[in-house]
Design a binder for this molecule. Structure first.
Ligand SMILES: [Zn+2]
Ligand SMILES: [Zn+2]
Length: 178
C-alpha cells in the first residue's frame, strides 16, 4: 500500500498516519512480546493482543513515515524491566497497544490492533517461533522463522539506508503504571 493510511486506537483519540509501503507485516512469537502482551491485556478495555497461538501482530514501518496526528499526549510507555532497551507504547485512553520500539531502532513495530481487521496488511512471516515450547501447532501459511532471517535484517537495513541513517525520536506522554 503506497497511499497514506490512517489508523488509530479503539476510542479514536490517538490517530496516526502511515505513509509508503511497510517494511514487513509479521507475527512475533517471542517471550517478551507474549509477556508484555499478557500484562497489557489485563488493562481495562484492552483488546486481545496475543492470540491463542501466542502471536502478536505487527506492521513494521519506517519511523519517518509514521506521523502522530492526534492524542500523542495519551501515549504511555511500558518496559518489561526498568533497564529494558525495548519499550512498548499504548494509548492510555482505551489501552489499545500502539507500537513497540527497540533502542536505537529506525523503525516502529506498530501493533496490528491499530488496523481494522479487514485492512491489516497481509501477514508475511512469523518471527521468533524458537521461543515457543513447541512450534508444531503453527499454520504453514507463511514462513515460520525460528529467529529473524537474514532477509528480514536486509529489509530493515534497506529501510534505514533510504532514511539516510537517521533515527527520529518519538516523544510519549509518560510511563504506564501497571
Ligand atoms: Zn483510545
Ligand atoms: Zn517479539
Amino acid at each position: 500500500m503506497t497511499t497514506p493510511q490512517r489508523v488509530g486506537c479503539a476510542c479514536g483519540r490517538v490517530t496516526l498516519e502511515v505513509d509508503g509501503p511497510h517494511i514487513a507485516s509479521v507475527e512475533c512469537l517471542c517471550d517478551s512480546c507474549r509477556k508484555a502482551g499478557d500484562v497489557m491485556m489485563t488493562l481495562p478495555k484492552a483488546p486481545r493482543i496475543v492470540d491463542e497461538k501466542g502471536a502478536t501482530p505487527f506492521v513494521m514501518h519506517r519511523k519517518d513515515r509514521v506521523r502522530f496526528l492526534t492524542g500523542a499526549d495519551q501515549l504511555r510507555e511500558y518496559r518489561l524491566s526498568s533497564d529494558a532497551g525495548t519499550r512498548r507504547v499504548i494509548a492510555s485512553c482505551c489501552n489499545t497497544p500502539v507500537f513497540m520500539e527497540m533502542k536505537g531502532g529506525h523503525w516502529l513495530s506498530l501493533y496490528g490492533q491499530l488496523w481494522p481487521e479487514d485492512a491489516l496488511p497481509k501477514l508475511e512471516m512469523r518471527t521468533m517461533t524458537g521461543d515457543l515450547a513447541s512450534a508444531e501447532g503453527l499454520p504453514n501459511d507463511v514462513p515460520n522463522l525460528k529467529q529473524h532471517s537474514l532477509s528480514f535484517y536486509a529489509r530493515l537495513f534497506g529501510a534505514w539506508v533510504k532514511m539516510g541513517f537517521r533515527n527520529p525520536k518519538i516523544v510519549v506522554g509518560g510511563d504506564l503504571h501497571v
